[in-house]
Design a protein around this ligand. Structure first.
Ligand SMILES: Nc1ncnc2c1ncn2[C@@H]1O[C@H](COP(=O)(O)OP(=O)(O)OP(=O)(O)O)[C@@H](O)[C@H]1O
Length: 328
């Protein structure tokens, strides 16, 4: 999808947010009072997607509970962004079905916050952070209507959640990539989403920027109970907050809880190069390429969905999959 199309999509996802604000507050409140709703955040059934004449992936069969933080991982071109497109009903399946927040894909879009790849590269960077976040409330109507007190409060709240309330008057052109990424997140949050979809939000951020962003996501997930999906290439920085991962392997999407995902055999197949899962004495886990493998010895495997599913079917505790190392 072109960047302009992505931006239009982002706006269409956010359209109706203003009208739904009060209804959404009621919904959120009742969810907090009565616990998580019973339907999963997403449910894929026999899902196959094609673009043009090309099959991107097939046999998607999984569901993910609400209140979870899920990475979407796979090699370049495996179909991670495509998976988000399917959840937003920007792309129809050629077979099977997808439910999002208990409804057919597309029907719950006003409850979804979406942060596309490369945010701000195609919008007017002369606008301020506050104006940009306001686009999440009234989209294309920006600039025509006066802001109500309620809207102003919502924008302030979203800027606070993203940790940029002190920069609301700064123009995007004056901001670093990390700061713009936070503006994009604030824009997605301003409509009080139940599900937040982020497409490679960590790309182009330095280590401190990545950690700051993960802290923001941790607050949204842990304190506000938001369900989050994040397309990412590097699992390490996200590991402290991840509950699971959708992994695209050999043309099929699978879901695994994070403990089962941290398996060096599975990750080696997934990344197409030998990787190790290591555990520090403090109990933190991380993934790294095996430094002893020469490039020409990299394994190249293809697997059926059933074979791939076996990688995480034996419920091995995560500890069994990880080498322990001393890091103090
Ligand atoms: N609009 C489109 N029309 C046709 N093919 C497309 C379109 N968008 C993407 N594709 C193709 O679909 C496949 C999956 O693309 P997608 O962007 O979902 O992959 P990805 O896993 O997100 O990749 P990356 O990690 O490089 O961002 C790629 O081969 C891509 O070339």
């Amino acid at each position: 999808m072109s960047e302009t199309e992505q931006h239009n999509v982002q706006q269409s996802v956010q359209q109706g947010a203003q009208e739904n604000l009060s209804a959404h507050h009621t919904r959120q409140h009742s969810t907090q009072q009565h616990g998580a709703q019973s339907s999963p955040s997403v449910r894929f059934t026999n899902a196959t997607v094609t673009r043009g004449h090309r099959v991107i992936w097939t046999d998607g069969n999984f569901s993910i509970p609400r209140g979870t933080v899920t990475a979407i991982v796979g090699t370049n071109g495996a179909g991670k962004t495509t998976l988000l497109d399917v959840e937003l009903d920007l792309l129809h399946l050629s077979n099977g079905s997808v439910e999002v927040l208990g409804l057919p894909a597309g029907k719950a879009n006003e409850k979804i916050g979406y942060v596309p790849q490369n945010y701000a590269s195609d919008i007017d960077s002369n606008i301020t952070a506050e104006q940009s976040v306001r686009l999440g409330l009234d989209g294309t109507r920006f600039g025509i209507h006066r802001m109500s007190d309620q809207q102003r409060d919502k924008i302030t709240q979203a800027l606070q959640l993203a940790g940029i309330e002190n920069h609301r008057k700064l123009r995007l052109s004056e901001m670093s990539g990390g700061m713009r990424q936070r503006v994009a997140i604030a824009q997605a949050l301003v409509s009080d989403p139940e599900l937040l979809l982020l497409d490679e939000p960590l790309a182009n951020l330095d280590i401190a920027g990545q950690r700051d962003l993960v802290d923001v996501l941790a607050h949204l997930a842990e304190d506000l109970g938001m369900t989050i999906q994040i397309v990412a290439h590097d699992l390490n920085v996200l590991l402290p907050i991840l509950t699971g991962a959708i992994y695209l392997l050999d043309g099929h999407p699978h879901y695994a809880p994070i403990g089962q995902m941290m398996d060096s055999e599975l990750l080696t197949h997934l990344y197409g190069t030998k990787v190790e899962v290591l555990k520090t004495v403090q109990g933190d886990m991380f993934v790294r390429p095996d430094p002893h493998v020469e490039p020409e010895n990299r394994p190249i495997h293809t697997h059926t969905p059933a074979e791939a599913a076996r990688f995480h079917s034996d419920n091995k505790p995560a500890d069994d999959n990880a080498r322990q190392m001393e890091v103090r």
